[in-house]
Every structure is written in structure tokens, then in C-alpha cells.
Design a protein around this ligand. Structure first.
Ligand SMILES: [Zn+2]
Length: 329
């Protein structure tokens, strides 16, 4: 495990130790607290001995994402007891339900915009962030967000929900789009361990058809206008890489039938049975060839094409697609 992550976990453990001791001073007879303190001390001892993060059965390295969520664990996934395995499955199922609860409505028509999305985690939980926010600051602006947190599984899922909370809070504060993403990156950077980051496209669409897009290190957003596809590439680095970053935005005016297409690399980097990459170019061509399709049908067409391309090869990453179309008011 990288030193910096172990240093972070060490600090976390010391903090927990402090809190437990404070709590134990008040609740002296609480056996649960006493047992937790023993476990924290044992983890600190393993750090001193240099065996922290090794499975006590096979001595292999324990999955990093699990250690980050719980530095007290002592066994890799292959060596859990039956009871631990059941508890873990129940936790994951609950995390999955919580995450599904954070998603916006699957189909929304608001202020001259129609939006649909497809959200498919690779496992029970996803590191993709997908959001649509309306009714903020007494304006009819709609915010669309689609992002991808580094890593997979539970740790990525936790960071995804953190990103969700940060954006929901900042959107309500009425900042400009650029200031909003800069602030979000700073908050995200200060509250996560370094080496973890998130790519993101955030768009604000106005009732008049104007759209402003900020792309922080994410795959290019595809703007479909008059049968042509314009790529809106990254203008800033992913969130969380550096606390200070600039996030210029790009503007466009969308007419009836124009569309904005957002996706994660779960689709653009999908592989075929022959190990070819699906690629942005194929996605662009597909989107350009179906300008008449409403969001739901466009997403279905993409998923069909992807399935044909994969020809049975498994998906390798979380996958999210969002299609936004300008409609008559
Ligand atoms: Zn093991």
C-alpha cells in the first residue's frame, strides 16, 4: 500500500483512538467501545510492525479499497468467515440501494429540455456520478452532471456520493459554473486522499436554449447540432488532483432537436471479443447518424450498437450515458 495512504489511515486511526478514549471516559462499561479500542490498537501495532494491510490467513495484500473504507479489517476477500461474507454482502446491497436513491428521475422534461440516462454499475455499486438538478435559485436553469471517480467498488461509490453532496450544496449557492467547479475541486481535494480523483462534465442549460459546459478531465461531451457532432473536450484537470485549478467553460446555443450527449469511459473504452476498443469515433458516428431520435431511443440505439460490437465480451467498467435534447417549450 502506498506510504501516503498508510500515513492517512494512520492519522485516521489515531483520531478514532482519541474519540474512543473520550467516549470510554463517559461510558466505562461499554464493552463494544472497549473491543473497538482493542482493534484500533491492534491495527496501529500492525502498522508499527510493517504487516498492516496483509491478510492474516494468506499474507497477501488486502484489497486497497476495502482498507480505505475500514482500516480495521485483517482478512482478504478470499479468507472471510461465512458470517463476515454474509455481512459484507448485506452491506453492499444496502450501499447499492443508497446509491440508487441518489439518482435523478430516469426521464425528465423541464424548461425546454428533455433528459434520459442509463446507469449501469459493473458490480453492485458504481463509481459513476450522474445527476440532474432543477428548481435552484428561483431560476429555470437545469444542471446536468456526469462524472467518473477513479477506482472501482465501494471506495469509488463512497467518493461518488461525496461528489453528489458537494455539487448539490454548491449548485444551491448560485455560483457561476466556473466558480462552482473550482470550489468543488478544492473541497473534493481537501476531503479525499491524494491519488483519488474524479473526472466530470457539468452543464447548465437555460430556458432560452443557451448551454454552458465545463469539462474537468472527462471524455468529450458530444454536442449534436444540425446533423454535425461537435466535441466539447476537457478544459481543466480532473477534480481532486490539485486543490487550485482553473475550469474555463464552453458556451453554445441549442435549437429545437439539438442534443448533448454525455457518457463515461465504460462505453468508449469497452472492448470487443477480439479486444478492439469501441472508441469515441464510433460513438460520434452513431450519434450523428440518428439526429431525429429522442433521448431514450438514442440511448437504446447506443446500447444496441455496443452490444453488437462486444459480441459477448464482458463489460469492464461502470457505464453511464446521458442524452439531453432541446424540445419545444
Ligand atoms: Zn487472504
Amino acid at each position: 500500500m502506498a506510504d501516503i495512504q498508510e500515513a492517512y489511515l494512520h492519522e485516521q486511526l489515531l483520531e478514532r483512538r482519541q474519540r474512543l478514549e473520550t467516549a470510554l471516559a463517559t461510558f466505562q462499561r461499554n464493552e463494544g467501545l472497549r473491543e473497538l479500542l482493542t482493534q484500533v490498537d491492534s491495527a496501529l501495532e500492525r502498522m508499527r510492525a510493517g504487516t498492516f494491510g496483509n491478510c492474516e490467513t494468506c499474507h497477501e495484500t488486502i484489497e486497497k479499497s476495502r482498507l480505505i473504507s475500514d482500516p480495521l479489517i485483517r482478512y482478504c476477500l478470499d479468507h472471510l468467515t461465512e458470517q463476515q461474507r454474509r455481512a459484507l454482502e448485506q452491506d453492499l446491497e444496502l450501499a447499492s440501494q443508497i446509491q440508487r436513491g441518489l439518482l435523478p428521475p430516469p426521464h425528465l422534461v423541464f424548461a425546454g429540455w428533455e433528459v434520459c440516462y442509463h446507469y449501469r454499475p459493473l458490480g453492485l455499486v458504481s463509481g459513476d456520478y450522474c445527476d440532474v438538478v432543477t428548481h435552484q435559485n428561483e431560476s429555470d436553469d437545469v444542471y446536468f452532471a456526469l462524472g467518473d471517480v477513479s477506482g472501482k467498488g465501494v471506495a469509488a461509490c463512497m467518493l461518488m456520493s461525496q461528489l453528489h453532496a458537494i455539487f448539490r450544496t454548491l449548485v444551491a449557492s448560485g455560483l457561476s459554473l466556473r466558480a462552482l467547479v473550482e470550489r468543488a475541486s478544492r473541497v473534493f481535494c481537501q476531503s479525499t486522499i491524494s491519488s483519488l480523483f474524479a473526472t466530470l462534465v457539468l452543464a447548465r442549460a437555460g430556458q432560452s436554449g443557451s448551454i454552458e459546459v465545463c469539462n474537468a478531465g472527462h471524455c468529450p461531451a458530444l454536442l449534436l447540432q444540425g446533423g454535425k457532432v461537435i466535441e466539447l473536450g476537457a478544459t481543466g484537470v480532473p477534480l481532486g488532483l490539485f486543490c487550485e485549478g482553473a475550469y474555463p467553460t464552453q458556451n453554445a446555443k441549442m435549437g429545437c432537436g439539438d442534443a448533448l450527449f454525455l457518457y463515461t469511459d465504460g462505453i468508449s473504452e469497452a472492448r470487443s471479443a477480439g479486444d478492439a476498443e469501441y472508441g469515441t469515433e464510433r460513438l460520434k458516428q452513431l450519434v450523428a447518424s440518428r439526429p431525429e431520435l429522442p433521448p431514450q431511443a438514442l440511448i437504446a440505439a447506443c446500447l444496441d450498437d455496443l452490444e453488437g460490437f462486444r459480441a459477448g465480451a464482458p463489460l469492464l467498467d461502470d457505464l453511464t450515458i446521458m442524452a439531453i435534447r432541446r424540445v419545444a417549450l
